[in-house]
Design a protein around this ligand. Sequence first.
Ligand code: XIL
Length: 313
Amino acid sequence: AGGLRDYAAAAGVHIGTALSEGRLGETAYANTAANEFNAITAENSMKWESLEPTRGSYQWAGGDRVVQFAQDNGAIVRGHTLVWHSQTPPWLTPGAFSNAELRTIVQNHVQTVAGRYAGDVYAWDVVNEPFNEDGTRRNSIFQQQLGDGYIADALRWARAADPNAALYINDYNIEGINAKSNAMYNLARDLLAQGVPLDGIGMQAHLIAGQVPSDFQANIQRFVDLGLDVAITELDIRMQLPATADKLQAQAADYTRVMNACLNVDGCIGVTVWGVTDKYSWVPDVFSGYGAALPIDENYAFKPAYYAVQRTL
Ligand code: XIL
């Protein structure tokens, strides 16, 4: 029987996972990642803190390992992420550099990383999580010191370094129509009007069971109507633990809703779930009392959500 990736290929979308290359020594992990998914995102190893922990000394081994795994298994790579306020290196702190210096540092980082992986990466999350919930700009080091224009700059630098990668802005809580997704919509529209190279919007979709926005599809559609691609980039649907049969069934229905929101829109090009297995999901570490958020459980068994995803494809 085929994996999800075979169904996805037939449906004309990709089905991806976040991958931690440090887990690849676990046979079940590597086999499941290879069999089920045809798109790979480095869970951590292409983030700035991983790539350049000491200023000027890039550490490529982790990211390269992820690319190699994807290539060995015929999967595309989503690059994640070039400019993000979180998981930055310890030397990159507000005020440590002048605004002009910081701009050069960000430019060099984007050029170095996008250049290194040019040809290997299908798309880049060039900017990650630029907005607050109310639609104002997040007060990151980049926003503080470089101002609103850092997003357009980063997109232009990425395009120059890798002309073939699709360039995305990625964020969470932009799945429904709300203040944050409206801000993303207005930004995307304005960037396109200015000729800034923007190809897609990534909707992370770290969701809670029972709370899939009813206007998810309509929201995807309005971005596609701007001429952009949309990808669901970090899907998980968490529940309060312990998981029960009823909760797992309800979660499966939620996975169906998310998949259909994407599959019903031509420009929604794929869905990535944020992890291979509940065993290593980030959810329990960050959302206390919650877990069981992925389609495959901590023993690599397929959950109702897995079969729900399969049936949509
Ligand atoms: C998470 C990883 O899954 C964790 O291993 C890490 O400790 C923190 O980051 N939004 C993103 C992802 O864009 O990069 C985050 O990944 C989850 C939230």
